[in-house]
Design a binder for this molecule. Structure first.
Ligand SMILES: [Zn+2]
Length: 85
């Protein structure tokens, strides 16, 4: 089973993938209207809002948790490497 490289969501069926295409490495939620993968900021913003909404967390707590999980995801390795320079 593939996991989205941008948010870690398991993608079980074609409809979970960006554009319904199982050859892509990211999910439908991490996709822009034009079909490309969301940027770091777009995805971070979306995940933080989702966590605040679904888990009732403080925004600061949600930001820290999203940051910790995005650090583990393949899509953002370059982003974090640049940050550490
Ligand atoms: Zn995703």
């Amino acid at each position: 089973m593939k996991k989205c490289i941008a948010c870690g969501m398991p993608m079980r069926q074609a409809s979970d993938f960006a554009q319904g295409n199982p050859d892509l490495d990211y999910c439908k939620y991490c996709t822009r209207p034009d079909g490309r993968m969301c940027s770091f900021e777009e995805n971070q913003h979306r995940l933080v809002n989702l966590m605040v909404k679904t888990q009732g967390l403080d925004r600061a707590v949600a930001v820290a948790q999203v940051d910790a999980s995005m650090r583990q995801l393949p899509a953002w390795q370059a982003h974090y490497q640049e940050e550490n320079r």
